[in-house]
Design a protein around this ligand. Structure first.
Ligand code: PGA
Length: 252
């Protein structure tokens, strides 16, 4: 089995002060965890504070987006060089809120991903269907498009892909295990077709209303390599409990 990766996505929650306090709590709660890669992606303005709190710990940090050019006239964007200077490990790319709230296209996402991958940071490419697309049985079509276009400019697969059905994000409705397994298998097949044996190195995470109470059946599945966690990563006890339960089931 691949090593678990459990990454928190804080979205636009926290200020530098509250982010630092939360990161310090997480550091304490998670200090004995050795059997998973742990990460936090705070809002960009809170990255320096989180870096200060987590340096030397078993928790890495990252960003929620990054631009494809090294620098230039790109108001409001995040530079990969700056993220590297701040000690980031991960960069989320193509989160559904970027796609559907801010209108990022598959091509923008592909360019972001290529730049992040080239820099040595680890991109987490997010893919997932909307509720209407699932109802119209178009899940695989959507995943295939997002993967083909999103990976158009890379020669190797990204280290991490997060399957995040849009209807499960922030709704309290986690996808059924059978749907998660089916989607993860489909993603793996597409990666195999494109990248051959390298596909087996990719960790496929699930995201969408993960909580301590609903992680255990997923953690038992061969298809589940970890989670991208929104709401439940904003409380140190709940994130720690989710991680502890995932590891316990994994070792069962
Ligand atoms: P959620 O968010 O866990 O709050 O549903 C997950 C995500 O958007 O990555």
């Amino acid at each position: 089995m691949r090593r678990l990766a459990i990454i928190g996505n804080w979205k636009m929650h926290t200020t530098p002060t509250s982010a630092k306090a939360l990161a310090l709590q997480l550091r304490e709660h998670l200090k004995d965890v050795t059997q998973a890669d742990l990460g936090i992606c705070p809002p960009a303005l809170s990255i320096p504070a989180v870096a200060e709190a987590l340096r030397g710990s078993n928790i890495s940090w990252g960003a929620q987006n990054a631009h494809w050019e090294r620098d230039g006239a790109f108001t409001g964007e995040l530079s990969v060089d700056a993220l590297q200077e701040l000690g980031c490990t991960y960069v989320i790319v193509g989160h559904s809120e970027r796609r559907h709230v801010f209108g990022e296209s598959d091509d923008m996402i592909a360019k972001r991903l290529a730049r992040v991958a080239e820099s040595g940071l680890l991109p987490i490419l997010c893919v997932g269907e909307k509720e209407a697309e699932r109802q119209e049985s178009r899940t695989e079509e959507v995943l295939e498009r997002q993967l083909t276009k999103g990976l158009a400019y890379v020669e190797k697969p990204p280290g991490l892909i997060a399957y995040e059905p849009v209807w499960a994000i922030g709704t309290g409705k986690r996808a059924e295990i059978s749907d998660v397994e089916e989607a993860h298998r489909f993603i793996r097949e597409k990666l195999q077709a494109r990248f051959g044996s390298h596909a087996s190195e990719v960790r496929i995470l699930y995201g969408g209303s993960l909580k301590p109470e609903n992680i255990e059946d997923l953690a038992l599945s061969q298809e589940f390599d970890g989670g991208l966690v929104g709401g439940a990563s904003l409380s140190a006890p709940s994130f720690a409990e989710l991680i502890a339960r995932a590891i316990k089931r994994r070792n069962h």
